[in-house]
Design a protein around this ligand. Structure first.
Ligand code: KG4
Ligand code: ZN
Length: 343
């Protein structure tokens, strides 16, 4: 079985083909970074137009890379939400047109489910597992029981963690996008010089909060008489340490609940763009180890947005007969715990 996946929900235009054995036959990703950089963030209208300009070519390239023709795939999957709706429309309409023209099944994939199932493609992780989803738009802990079967344990009450990285990078004058730049600066910094808060640490509910941390960074900057490169590095390191401690605390508590509810010692899985951060991965690895389990994280290129994860989620759904009608409407908001699952 082979499925084409299309991803256009944010600022990556991507097309990929995967097969039932978990092989990635093609994986094309075009970042729109340079188009959005002058604005310091993703501009939805520019993103949608850029997807429209490049998607057809990327799909052709994916078929060429896989050495396959249009009639050799078994389904077409596209991110149908959540995300910037103009971009989502471009991907969904393209997928529907291809499915209609070739009589192929269409699969409307939830972008978050793409992140959630990636470790089944890369590491063949069996259900159930606990997922920490950390990206630019989301920060959630979910019990993953099966395809389409998710229970949300906690979410952010303000900023997503990637968003906090991006805003902190801006405050520190590091540029855009912030996550990788904060990580790079932090490597040269002393995390002990500044003391930053650990929002939600030790709280029994499993939610997150990051806006206070970002404000604390701003306050520290304002207290300094001058602000140089070393100050930015030290603050980046302190920020990253605070985030790491909070994520490990929340994930550790969630693992206890997950074990009580499922009776499983399934792994802690981390996914989403922020999971590309090596220091945070190390913290989560310790946390999983202390709980007697392991951490599984996809390779960084499959943590950030890509279409291989959409193709794979589509394939998992197709295998279960979970296809969608061509009338399926894209959804700007689409919580993961409202998905359809196999009976
Ligand atoms: O999953 P993703 O590619 O897109 C969304 O669906 O949001 O995640 C992008 C987010 C951005 O906020 C980016 O700053 C963050 O992931 N990110 C990182 C790192 N690489 C990307 N955050 C911390 N450390 C990194 N190395
Ligand atoms: Zn994403």
């Amino acid at each position: 079985m082979k499925v084409l996946g299309i991803e256009t929900s944010c600022d990556e235009t991507a097309a990929a083909i995967v097969d039932g054995e978990g092989r990635i036959l093609a994986n094309r990703v075009l970042s729109q970074l340079e188009e959005h950089r002058p604005y310091g963030g993703v501009v939805p209208e520019i993103a949608a137009r850029s997807h429209l300009d490049h998607l057809d070519r990327l799909i052709q390239e994916a078929f060429a890379e896989a050495g396959l023709g249009l009639d050799e795939i078994d389904g077409v999957a596209a991110t149908a939400g959540p995300g910037l709706i103009g971009g989502v429309f471009v991907g969904v309409l393209t997928a529907k047109a291809m499915a209609a023209a070739r009589g192929l099944p269409f699969i409307a994939v939830n972008h978050l489910e793409g992140h959630a199932l990636t470790v089944r493609l890369t590491d063949e992780v069996a259900f159930p597992y606990l997922l920490l989803l950390v990206s630019g738009g989301h920060c959630q802990l979910l019990a993953v029981r099966g395809v389409g079967r998710y229970e949300r344990y906690g979410t952010t009450i303000d900023d997503a963690v990637g968003e906090a990285f991006d805003k902190t990078a801006k405050l520190l004058g590091l540029g855009y996008p912030g996550g990788p730049l904060v990580e790079k600066a932090a490597a040269r910094g002393n995390p002990a010089r500044f003391s930053l808060p650990r929002p939600m640490l030790g709280r029994p509910e499993l939610d997150f909060s990051f806006s206070g941390l970002k404000t604390a960074v701003r306050n520290q900057i304002e207290k300094l008489e001058s602000f140089g490169e070393q100050d930015a590095a030290d603050l980046a390191a302190a920020f990253q340490e605070a985030v790491g401690e909070v994520l490990a605390d929340r994930a550790g508590r969630a693992l206890i609940r997950f074990r009580e509810e499922t009776g499983s010692v399934g792994p802690l899985v981390v996914a989403g763009g922020v999971a590309a951060n090596a220091r945070l991965r190390a913290r989560l690895q310790d946390c999983a180890g202390e709980a007697g389990t392991r951490l599984v994280a996809p390779p960084p290129a499959l943590c950030t947005d890509n279409a291989a994860m959409i193709a794979w989620a589509g394939l998992e759904r197709l295998r279960l007969g979970l296809t969608d009608p061509l009338t399926f409407a894209p959804r700007p908001r689409w919580p993961l715990d409202s998905l359809t699952a196999a009976a």
